[in-house]
Ligand binder design. Structure first.
Ligand code: SF4
Ligand code: SF4
Length: 122
C-alpha cells in the first residue's frame, strides 16, 4: 500500500502527522455537507478542518478531511447526521476526493478535477 499523496497543501498544517498509512480514509461529499461540525467532535486526531464560506467565513462553510492525517477510524462517517461521509480505500479515496470536493482549504486540487458544483472554490 502506498501512502504517496498526489496533492500539495495550500496551507501549512501545524499538527502531528499520523504514525502510519491508513487502510481506509474518510472523504466528505461536500455537496451534502451542512457545515454542522458534528464530525469534528468525533475525530480522534483532529484532522477535519473547517472550510470558510466563500463570502463570509461563518456563512456557507463546509468541512474537509485532511487525507494526509486521517487514520481511517470511521467515527466521522458513523456519526455525520447527513450521511455525507464515506470510507474509501486509501487509493480510491485520494482519487475520488477532488470529485466530491466543492471547496478546499487544504489541497491544491486541479479545478477540472473538482466537483462540478465547485463554483466558488476557496
Ligand atoms: S457532520 Fe457531516 S454535515 Fe456535519 S460538518 Fe461533518 S460532514 Fe458536514
Ligand atoms: S475516519 Fe477518523 S481519523 Fe479520519 S477524518 Fe474520520 S474521524 Fe477523523
Amino acid at each position: 500500500m502506498s501512502d504517496e499523496f498526489p496533492y500539495s497543501y495550500k496551507i501549512e498544517i501545524d499538527k502531528a502527522p499520523r504514525p502510519k498509512p491508513p487502510k481506509q480514509t474518510a472523504v466528505i461529499d461536500q455537496t451534502g455537507c451542512t457545515g454542522c461540525e458534528a464530525c469534528i467532535a468525533f475525530c480522534p486526531v483532529d484532522c477535519i478542518e473547517i472550510v470558510p464560506g466563500p463570502v463570509h467565513p461563518d456563512f456557507m462553510k463546509l468541512v474537509e478531511v485532511d487525507l494526509e492525517r486521517c487514520i481511517g477510524c470511521q467515527l466521522c462517517a458513523r456519526y455525520c447526521p447527513w450521511e455525507t461521509i464515506d470510507m474509501w480505500s486509501w487509493e480510491e479515496g485520494v482519487e475520488v476526493a477532488p470529485k466530491l470536493t466543492v471547496r478546499s482549504l487544504l489541497y491544491d486540487y486541479e479545478p477540472e478535477e473538482m466537483h462540478e458544483a465547485a463554483e466558488s472554490r476557496g
